[in-house]
Every structure is written in structure tokens, then in C-alpha cells.
Design a protein around this ligand. Structure first.
Ligand code: GTP
Ligand code: K
Ligand code: MG
Length: 432
């Protein structure tokens, strides 16, 4: 991708809209603003201008950001115009005729990365922020985007550099073949750093639940009322409900927001052995989801034969369904629910909310949430174990510190960033 050309895109949402924001970035920006809006406004100050080259196309607000003080680090401008499809199209056409090129998905952010305005974890934070649906996702993504994780990693990288410098000094000042063991306080510092990496590693799972949602499997025998409960919790008619046992075969995911936390409900096939190939496959998939879930809701109905609860490490919450039909002889910890009379639905939501809170924790948002985070932190921790195991051979210790640094550098995108970036930017929208 060329970095010396100037890109343009509609950066706001679908048209028509009240206001549309057109964004420019690249060396031609100043020229293009001049051509389209007359004199370039003082940087970072909005000015009301007529917009158009040969004819006036619209009137709107223009703001210019001079390099390097912009989102991308290049000269940038934003035009706030009326959100008319024809108007925006005409402005974009004029700008491309004057030499700009329509941006590809994520290209503004890519330039910000290439110009050192954002590192890789901040770019990921931005991507998460744009797609955040719940309050906890928004807080977590913003913290990452704002550099919380980047700062932490920079600090770790500095510490690793200091530790390596200590070893270098030791190697320099010792006669050849006379390199002793590294001092006790050196090992202490490595251990302290490793503890920090480990506690971050422990947080990845919590971050994952916030980012991807708490996976809650609705499981039980056929006709237990799983799809009905899904519909009731999601407040929609999304899953097919019939009195026929074996109605659901595919896994259906529905994401709902419970007290600001994303919860992914999974409606599954009822567990039983069947002659139908499709149903058997549905049951196989249901078992796989029950293994992967963060929580299993096990539904038991008064009008269908009980089934044994399958093996899983996930915690299980038992629900006695269709409680409008009979008074359940229920255990203390079970919840009686009915989608007909709405019994127990509020209590169930509260239990799900509490469960999510316990898992995710309260307080500061977690900064780590991705498999990439997990991998880098784990590699870092393992490398530091290597350092601690080789305190008697400083050269080996230095090498394992270097491996730890590398893992962290890869995480922020200082090395090997291409593959991650390609995938990431393709998930961004145009104009970002
Ligand atoms: N009275 C009463 N009937 C219910 C309730 N929930 C579900 N039903 C009925 O039970 C039958 C089965 O409901 P489903 O939601 O399809 O059950 P399921 O567990 O998804 O069934 P499969 O997908 O076939 O495994 C339907 O006839 C529903 O109308 C309830 O709370 N009260
Ligand atoms: K059914
Ligand atoms: Mg069903």
C-alpha cells in the first residue's frame, strides 16, 4: 500500500444522515482543502466554508490537522457536511478528480500505525472500541486503546533491557572464564517481573469473557423448553419452538446484554440418541458446546424424561422449566422458570448477571483479552523461567531475557506485525 498518496473516505455511518464526516489524509490534503474550501483554516480550528471546486456542492465545517499532530501522523482534514447521498458522492468525486484516492478498509488506522501514532495493541483496542456493544466491552476497549497495555509493556521492556545491561556489565568486567553467578537481587528482579507477567496472564480469561461474551449453553433433553427460554431471554422469536421433540438441530447463538455484560446464549439440540443423521450431528455439536461453555443451564421439564447431565468442567445451573404446569419439587439451588407465566425469568437474569460479575470481577477494566496476549505473556513467563534456571551462566540468562523481550515486542507490533495487521485492518470499516 502506498503511503505517499492521499486517501479520502466517508468516515461516518450510512447515508442519508444529519451530518456526514469526510476524512482526508496524506500530503495532498492541504492542496485539496484549498481547492475545495478556499483558504485552509488554522490547524485544529473549525471553520464554516462553502465546499466545491467549480460549483458549490454544500456548506459545512472544515478542520485541518497539520502533520504530525493528527490521528494518522500525516496532514489530515475532516469535512462535516450534510449527510446527503448525492452531496457526499459529488464531494468524493471532486476530491478524487483532484488527486485523492478512495481509502481501503482500516487504511487511516494503518497509517497511524506506520507513523508510530498507535502500536498494535492500541489498534486492536480501537477495533474493539468500534465494535463494542456493551458497557463493559466499551470500558475494556477504551483502556486498551488509550495505551494502558502499551505503557505496561514498554515498562516491562525497559526492565528487561536493564536486566540485560546488568549481565553485559558482569560479562565485561570479568576475566574470560571467570564469570560468576548472577547476584541474588538480580534473580529477585526477574522473579518480580515474572509475577507481573503471570498476573496479566491470569487476567486474559476475564478479558476474553468481556470481549467475546459469557458463553451460556442451554442444555437438556428434547422438549425441555430450551428454545422457548432462549426466545424469552432474548425477547425475540428467533428460535423455532414446536411440541415435537428434536426441533432444534443447529447451534444458535444469540448475544444479549445483561447489566452491561455481553452474554452469548447457545440454544442446542436436546440430548438423546436418535436415528436421524441431522439430529445426531446436532447432539454432537451440543456436547461440544457444553464442553466449551462458561456456564451450562441444565433444563429439566416435568413432561419429558430426565437425562443424565453430561460431563463438563463448566459450572452447571439447574433450571426446572414449565413451572406453570406443576409445582416443582425443586432443590434449593435450582430456579423454577416458565416462559408462559414469566416465573423465574428475573431471578435467572440476576443469577446470570452475578455469575458474569464474579467471573469478570469489578474495578479497573482488564487490558488483555486475546489469544495473542495469552501467547505472548506465556512465552514471556517461560523465557523468564529459563533466565532463573540459568543464573550460573549469564550468557544463557541474557539469551532468555532477549526471548522474553521479543515476545513482548511482537505483542505491540514492533516485530512480525504484518500478518496480524492484515487480518485486523480487513475487519475495520472504510474510513477508519
Ligand atoms: N406450559 C409451558 N410450556 C412450555 C414452556 N416452555 C416451553 N413449553 C413448550 O414445550 C414444548 C417444547 O419447547 P421447546 O422450546 O421447543 O423445547 P426445546 O427444549 O427447545 O426442544 P428441542 O429443540 O426439540 O430439544 C413446546 O410445545 C413449548 O411451547 C413453559 O414454560 N410452559
Ligand atoms: K421442541
Ligand atoms: Mg429447541
Amino acid at each position: 500500500m502506498l503511503i505517499d498518496d492521499t486517501i479520502v473516505a466517508l468516515s461516518s455511518g450510512a447515508l442519508p444522515s444529519g451530518v456526514a464526516v469526510i476524512r482526508l489524509s496524506g500530503p495532498l490534503t492541504r492542496f485539496l482543502v484549498e481547492q475545495l474550501c478556499g483558504e485552509v483554516p488554522t490547524p485544529r480550528q473549525m471553520a464554516l466554508r462553502s465546499i466545491g471546486a467549480r460549483t458549490i456542492l454544500d456548506r459545512g465545517l472544515v478542520v485541518f490537522f497539520q502533520a504530525p499532530h493528527s490521528f494518522t501522523g500525516e496532514d489530515c482534514a475532516e469535512l462535516q457536511v450534510h449527510g446527503s447521498p448525492a452531496g457526499v458522492r459529488a464531494i468524493l468525486r471532486t476530491l478524487t478528480e483532484l488527486g485523492a484516492r478512495l481509502a481501503e478498509a482500516g487504511e487511516f488506522t494503518q497509517r497511524a500505525f506506520e507513523n508510530g501514532k498507535l502500536d498494535l495493541v492500541a489498534v486492536e483496542g480501537l477495533g474493539d472500541l468500534l465494535s463494542a456493544e456493551t458497557e463493559s466491552q466499551r470500558r475494556q476497549a477504551l483502556a486498551r486503546f488509550e495505551g494502558g497495555l502499551s505503557d505496561k509493556i514498554e515498562r516491562w521492556l525497559d526492565q528487561l533491557l536493564d536486566l540485560r545491561a546488568e549481565i553485559e556489565a558482569q560479562l565485561d568486567f570479568s576475566d574470560e572464564g571467570d564469570v560468576g553467578a548472577l547476584p541474588d537481587d538480580f534473580a529477585e528482579k526477574v522473579r518480580a517481573l515474572q509475577m507481573e507477567l503471570m498476573s496479566s496472564l491470569d487476567n486474559v480469561e476475564r478479558g476474553r469473557v468481556v470481549r467475546e461474551g459469557l458463553r451460556v449453553a442451554l442444555a437438556g433433553p428434547p422438549n425441555a423448553g430450551k428454545s422457548s427460554l432462549l426466545n424469552a431471554l432474548a425477547n425475540s422469536d428467533i428460535a423455532i419452538v414446536t411440541q415435537e421433540a428434536g426441533t432444534t438441530r443447529d447451534v444458535r447463538e444469540v448475544a444479549i446484554d445483561i447489566d452491561g455484560q455481553l452474554v452469548v446464549l447457545l440454544d442446542l439440540a436436546g440430548l438423546r440418541s436418535s436415528d436421524s443423521l441431522a439430529e445426531t450431528e446436532g447432539v454432537r455439536r451440543a456436547h461440544a458446546e457444553i464442553l466449551r461453555a462458561d456456564l451450562v443451564l441444565w433444563l429439566v421439564a416435568p413432561d419429558c424424561p430426565p437425562e443424565a447431565i453430561p460431563e463438563t468442567d463448566a459450572p452447571i445451573l439447574r433450571l426446572a422449566t414449565k413451572s406453570d404446569l406443576v409445582v416443582h419439587d425443586r432443590r434449593e439451588e435450582d430456579i423454577s422458570v416458565s416462559v408462559i407465566s414469566s416465573i423465574g425469568l428475573v431471578e435467572l437474569r440476576e443469577r446470570l448477571s452475578k455469575f458474569a460479575q464474579t467471573l469478570v470481577g469489578v474495578g479497573e477494566p482488564v487490558l488483555v483479552s486475546r489469544e495473542r496476549d495469552r501467547l505472548a505473556l506465556r512465552q514471556g513467563c517461560e523465557a523468564l523461567t529459563g533466565t532463573l534456571d540459568s543464573l550460573n551462566s549469564p550468557e544463557l540468562a541474557a539469551e532468555s531475557l532477549r526471548i522474553c523481550s521479543q515476545a513482548l515486542e511482537r505483542l505491540v507490533g514492533k516485530i512480525d506485525s504484518e500478518r496480524v495487521l492484515d487480518r485486523l485492518f480487513s475487519s475495520f470499516c472504510i474510513g477508519k
